[in-house]
Write a protein that binds this ligand. Sequence first.
Ligand code: FES
Length: 122
Amino acid sequence: MAKPLQKPICTRAELDKVSFLIRPILLKNKPTSALIFAFEGEVYAYVNHCMHMHRPLNCEEDAVFDETGKYLRCSMHGFIFAPKTGECQSPVCFGQRLQALRIESNDGLLYFAEKHLSLPAD
Ligand code: FES
């Protein structure tokens, strides 16, 4: 595997200590943010953008999981999403998916592995 050129997001161990991370990203040079979390032992990342009314999932609360911890939940209107697929489970947007982002792990560090994703300058 070629070594990623980007800065790491965090270590895998760090991700297990938090509910989720939000990172600013440029996707096709457009500023947005990414949502990264570990769920049932696997790492997942999505563009942090709810398709309902185009808000970040954590726009109203510093949380992205519902009270059960089994579903992602947009804090704006409460739509829920399957963590493993990003698929919306709420009627209005049922079946639509959050945009998944590929992550690579290298020596315990996590990196974005999307061709059109870059990180903003510090
Ligand atoms: S904007 Fe996410 S549920 Fe409405």
